[in-house]
Structures are given as structure tokens and as C-alpha cells.
Design a protein around this ligand. Structure first.
Ligand code: RB5
Length: 141
């Protein structure tokens, strides 16, 4: 069964909280921290923690939030089996699933409107990989 994991750093904590509120009604989602944003934390620690879980099952997906989304995507993509996509629009969230079979979405709380971010997450979760000509490309990554 598909599991959804979410994590952030201090810069992405508020958006992570909003995403949890938004998804909790319809999805089984596990928050991997941090529990509060009173102190600074290092985004790679949370990216690696989440990717370790996502990489365990092909159906698992992850959501990572930091200030810009960039640090989380760089760190996440160092993990074997992870295809993390930094998303900033509904179209790019959909394409990351359709063409790239992305299993992690990263978002930048300081650079994206909350409403757009929630739509990105929603579309990321409901869009299936298209397969076909994209399979051989994924295998080359
Ligand atoms: C934290 O200040 C910030 O650098 C981090 O959230 C992220 O944007 C890094 O890419």
C-alpha cells in the first residue's frame, strides 16, 4: 500500500503543517519532523531520513519542504532510488509524475503561494506515471 511521508526544515515548517492539515482527511501520512520550528535544523538530515523510508517501496512517496525547495531537492536526489522534483506549478507537479515518475516532491515555502503548493501536492499524489517512452529514460538516471 502506498505510504506518504512528509518532512521539512525550519524554513518549510509552516507549509508542512498546512499540507498535513490538507491531506490528513484523505490520506495516511507520516510526519518525519521536525516537531517544531523554534530552532534551526539542517535540511539534509530530514531529506535523507525521508528518502530512506520512500526508497523502501516503489509505491511510497515523499513531500519535502524547505525555504526554497532547492536544498531539499539536491539532498534528496543523492539517495538511490529517489527522483525528487522541485515543483512550483500544477503543470510541473503533474509532469514530474507523468514523465519522470518522481517519488518525492520538494517545495519552497518562501517562494510559492500556499494555495499553489497545496494544488501541486494534490496533483502530484493523484497523477500516475505515463510509462511508455519514459521508462527507458528513467532507467538511464
Ligand atoms: C534555511 O534558511 C534555508 O536555507 C533552507 O530552508 C532552504 O531554502 C535551503 O535550500
Amino acid at each position: 500500500m502506498k505510504k506518504i511521508f512528509i518532512a521539512s526544515d525550519h524554513g518549510g515548517f509552516n507549509l508542512k503543517t498546512s499540507i498535513l492539515k490538507f491531506l490528513n482527511k484523505n490520506y495516511d501520512i507520516k510526519d518525519l519532523g521536525p516537531k517544531q520550528n523554534k530552532k534551526s535544523v539542517d535540511y539534509p538530515d530530514f531529506a535523507h531520513k525521508l528518502c530512506k523510508q520512500v526508497a523502501k517501496n516503489k509505491k511510497h512517496v515523499g513531500i519535502l519542504v524547505c525555504g526554497s525547495g532547492v536544498g531539499m531537492s539536491i539532498a534528496a536526489n543523492k539517495n538511490k532510488g529517489i527522483r525528487a522534483a522541485l515543483c512550483y506549478s500544477v503543470k510541473n507537479a503533474k509532469l514530474s509524475r507523468l514523465h519522470n515518475d518522481a517519488n518525492v516532491i520538494t517545495l519552497g515555502e518562501r517562494l510559492i503561494k500556499k494555495t499553489v503548493a497545496l494544488k501541486c501536492v494534490e496533483n502530484f499524489l493523484k497523477t500516475e506515471f505515463e510509462g511508455g517512452r519514459h521508462i527507458k529514460r528513467i532507467k538511464k538516471i
